[in-house]
Design a protein around this ligand. Sequence first.
Ligand code: HEC
Ligand code: HEC
Length: 238
Amino acid sequence: MTTSTAPNVVVVAMLLVVSLTGCDVAPGRARARTQRDTPPAQATTFHALYDRQCAGCHGRDGRLGAARPLNDAVYLALVPPERIRHVIANGVPGTEQPAFALSAGGPLTDEQIESLVQGLRAAWWRPDALRDEHVPPYAAPLGDPERGSAVYAAACASCHGGEGSGGSKARSIVHSSYLALASDQHLRTTVIAGRSDLGMPDWRGQIAGRALSPAEISDVVAWLVTKRTPVPGRPGGS
Ligand code: HEC
Ligand code: HEC
């Protein structure tokens, strides 16, 4: 065995290449295949698929990523499994969520997508997440933005600031670059399920002593959506 340091340099360089190229989830598209990878068609277990395809945005272990936590029993109790399947397969147009189905130009077979749908629930849903709660509908039409403005003041302003432009406890949610890439459903999902990994409560914890009603949820989402297109001459659209 040689005591030269040269081989170590080579090893370090190789590790560096591996660690750099191991991080190739580009925004808005599914992770690229490389020759080094297990062919995507062979990976079927939930954790292998999740780590490879989802963790870059939704976080290691399903939390603390840029995109919402999926390791969230309340969220998983709320979202219909067919919606999860649809989002994974077809993506969310106009946002960073990629389409993964082969039929949509992505890398995953129907079987792999099914493994993700089932695995999310098996790994991170808990039967006691929502017991006797009256759970608001996952999806609903936008409500009334004027009433939503009052809901915002009562339920959100203490953290997100007076006009949504950021407060001491949470950042702006009306910035045009944020709203341009967030779907209406994402805003609704966030109001209902919160961001358990970052300290935003779900719909039951935003007003002291009671949960938001389904109408209040639809109204505050409608208010937020009106902020998406900036009003000319008024920065931030507020
Ligand atoms: C490039 C980043 C990125 C990757 C990779 C990614 N997502 Fe997402 N995901 C997002 C974003 C951003 C959203 C919110 C889109 C919107 O505005 O509706 C999202 C939304 C979702 C939603 C819907 C949330 C809701 O509102 O109900 C699900 C479910 C989801 N992703 C699952 C996955 C799974 C499973 C994977 C891996 C197969 C994955 N995502 C990979 C960024 C990503
Ligand atoms: C107790 C404080 C608190 C309250 C109340 C609260 N939020 Fe949040 N919210 C947060 C935190 C913390 C985050 C994580 C990001 C950050 O640090 O700003 C967040 C994130 C968000 C996001 C971005 C989520 C994402 O992943 O894209 C939206 C949208 C949002 N909140 C909307 C609302 C709305 C609407 C209300 C009222 C119905 C509300 N929040 C009430 C603390 C709060």
